[in-house]
Design a protein around this ligand. Structure first.
Ligand code: DGY
Length: 320
């Protein structure tokens, strides 16, 4: 008998076909709207596997309804949407999709850094709005990237990949991490610093640490106050790591120069969010890993993880 699997968003056909070879698939067919909680609560009741995205909150009350559930395959490297302890207690395996999105997310992080430093969205709008009347010495001037100091908070795979890109721009790279990585320091010419030193010395601060209870609001008023007036902060990790109220105040008062955000505490962010009223903020709708090739690899890897667990094997990316 085929195992039952629920998929929480429409997946590419090739992935559905792969899952369907050995599993009975039910799927939320919409692409632009997440599965409503009440639908998920019903669907999870009799499935062996759940294939989900970072948009679904997989918590203890939901897992209590899932008597047969063996695996939750999250199509993301981050898994802060899942109550890992609750899954572990109930003997449910959780998997994620690290590795395949590293370079693409580093590309986007660096793109956002460059777009923010050189005011690219603003300059493009300036032209389209008919404001470009002449060339002028200080018109739309931004911050130099080459030769600047980059501070990376969280030196995981993506942090290292961003550091590699920074070397091509002759940047000095500082990093702060839970543990010092001397091997990466030698390979990539990185300098380990305390968080406060990194904030004080960096021209660009990239937030690339996982979202955990320890990193929630890790960058708050006190941390922002330590940054240079000319500094730029980039967050492509998770919204809750940088306190949005404190960031708004810092940008509004120009105690830092600009920010680039791919992530928000609540997603999708409300159009009334105060941050969106600021000219010195460049924003994106959580597209760090959004290249066609990488999203296909993530979808396929999540499928591999799910199928391996249901076949009684060890998945490549087990979280618990
Ligand atoms: C992740 O994988 O955690 C990203 O946020 C989406 O690619």
């Amino acid at each position: 008998m085929k195992r039952k699997v629920y998929v929480t968003r429409k997946l590419p056909d090739v992935i559905v076909e792969r899952l369907s070879e050995t599993c009975e698939i039910r799927m939320w067919e919409e692409e632009e709207r997440p599965v409503p909680r009440e639908v998920l609560e019903e669907e999870i009741k009799d499935v062996d596997g759940l294939y989900c995205l970072l948009t679904e909150q997989i918590d203890a009350p939901l897992l209590d309804r899932a008597d047969k559930l063996k695996v939750i395959a999250n199509m993301a490297v981050g898994y802060n949407n899942i109550d890992i302890d609750a899954a572990k207690e109930r003997g449910v395996t959780v998997t994620n999709t690290p590795g395949v999105l590293t370079e693409t997310t580093a590309d986007l992080t660096f793109s956002l850094l460059m777009a923010t430093a050189r005011r690219i969205p603003e300059a493009s709008e300036y032209l389209r709005n008919g404001e470009w009347k002449t060339w002028s010495p200080m018109q739309l001037t931004g911050q130099d990237i080459h030769g600047a100091t980059l501070g990376i908070i969280g030196l995981g795979r993506i942090g290292e990949a961003v550091a590699k890109r920074a070397k091509g721009f002759d940047m000095k790279v500082l990093y702060h991490n839970r543990s010092q990585n001397r091997e990466a320091e030698g390979r990539l010419e990185l300098h380990y610093t305390e968080l406060h030193t990194l904030l004080r010395e960096s021209d660009f601060v990239c937030v690339l640490t996982p979202f955990t209870p320890e990193t929630k609001n890790m960058i708050d008023k006190e941390e922002l106050d330590r940054m240079k007036e000319s500094a730029i902060i980039i967050n492509t990790a998770r919204g809750g790591i940088v306190n949005e109220k404190a960031l708004y105040d810092a940008l509004k008062e120009k105690s830092i120069w600009a920010a680039g955000l791919d992530v928000f505490e609540e997603e999708p962010v409300s159009l009334n969010h105060p941050l969106l009223s600021l000219p010195n903020l460049v924003t994106l709708p959580h597209i760090g890993s959004a290249s066609i090739a990488t999203r296909m690899k993530m979808a396929d890897l999540a499928a591999t993880n799910l199928l391996d667990v249901l076949a009684g094997g060890d998945p490549p990316n087990k979280v618990v």
